[in-house]
Design a protein around this ligand. Structure first.
Ligand SMILES: Cc1cc2nc3c(=O)[nH]c(=O)nc-3n(C[C@H](O)[C@H](O)[C@H](O)COP(=O)(O)OP(=O)(O)OC[C@H]3O[C@@H](n4cnc5c(N)ncnc54)[C@H](O)[C@@H]3O)c2cc1C
Length: 300
């Protein structure tokens, strides 16, 4: 299937946006903030929390970073005024990380300080490995001043266990643990699925034992079940962890987790930049193209 996924990723940009939308809409709340609000209300009614993401990354002008900052602040306001059970996820490259680190920090601080006043939690997504150190630096600076903020770590990176150990030592390990979506070099990243799973579980155990809040972000049934066993063994209270999934992915598994009484949060991206976002996701990880096609034929 690999060749098919690669071929699909190559030819998809040649198709009109309206066609690509057929592939993408399952993974995006919509174009407007109101779409993300409606999707969150729908999920909240099913006892599922969300984290809303304003689509966009890798901008080239600081003006775009300022626009993204304002849209994030609008999103926080909408979360509060609609009394939603939701947080915000942000990407630092969308806020200027690769143009001006100091301005990026200021943008992040504007969002996080505002969100903290309104009691809305902000999660900093982790992007490709060229940004990892700078993302941790900004997180550490911001976390010194604000409590309503956490970060993401990627289990495929060989460095992650050590990064998490340091965050735990500094008592700032409010983390979302994911496998990682970018195509990284084998020198720095595990490529073997079992090695990634093993690292995922070791990191999760460290994080859950630390007592800081831990978000388990995966659709991998094996990992979900191993984490459930771990949660039961550690007798954890439901306010110290949660499962997280992407909108539109493995909804059956999601329902089972919720039915079993485990807390669940869904990642809800929205925005005009959906086309670029989907194309980048597909290029970074052609396997996703296979999932997308599968989902067109098999609805779960
Ligand atoms: C809430 C959340 C936030 C995330 N934040 C980040 C981040 O900040 N940085 C980062 O690098 N990565 C992030 N990711 C992506 C993550 O790193 C993985 O790439 C993604 O979750 C797939 O890994 P998996 O653990 O679900 O396992 P996989 O083995 O990839 O997937 C398990 C099963 O889930 C299904 N599945 C998984 N993905 C899809 C899909 N896109 N479409 C359809 N079916 C699918 C398939 O049935 C697959 O067999 C996030 C993921 C989640 C859930």
């Amino acid at each position: 299937m690999k060749w098919f996924n690669r071929l699909l990723v190559r030819i998809l940009p040649l198709f009109p946006k309206s066609f690509v939308w057929i592939f993408s809409k399952r993974y995006i709340a919509g174009i407007d903030l109101s779409d993300a609000i409606e999707k969150t209300k729908y999920l909240n009614a099913d006892h599922i929390l969300t984290t809303i993401d304003v689509l966009g990354e890798d901008i080239t002008e600081l003006e775009e970073a300022a626009q993204a900052r304002e849209q994030c602040i609008k999103t926080v306001n909408a979360i509060r005024s609609n009394n939603l059970l939701a947080g915000l996820s942000i990407k630092l490259t969308q806020l200027g990380l690769c143009i001006d680190t100091e301005q990026c920090y200021k943008n992040v601080e504007a969002i996080v300080s505002h969100a903290e006043r309104l009691d809305v939690f902000v999660r900093i997504d982790m992007e490709d490995s060229t940004t990892t150190d700078r993302t941790f630096d900004i997180y550490r600076r911001i976390r010194k001043k604000y409590r309503h903020v956490g970060i993401v770590v990627q289990a495929y990176l060989k460095r992650t266990k050590e990064d998490v150990r340091k965050l735990i030592d500094e008592s700032i390990s409010n983390i979302r643990i994911c496998k990682g979506i970018y195509d990284e070099n084998p020198e720095i990243a595990y490529k073997d699925a079992d090695k990634i799973r093993k690292n995922y579980m070791e990191i999760t155990e460290m994080a859950l034992k630390s007592g800081e809040f831990t978000a388990i972000a995966t659709h991998d049934k094996t990992l979900v079940e191993s984490c459930q066993a771990l949660i039961e063994r550690l007798k954890l209270k439901a306010d110290t962890y949660e499962y997280q999934m992407l909108i539109g992915v493995t909804e059956h598994l999601r329902s089972d987790i919720v039915k079993d009484g485990y807390p669940m949060r869904v990642y809800v991206p929205y925005g005009e930049q959906w086309h670029g976002y989907c194309m980048r996701r597909l290029k970074e990880n052609p396997q996703v193209a296979g999932y997308v096609v599968k989902n067109i034929f098999i609805r779960n």
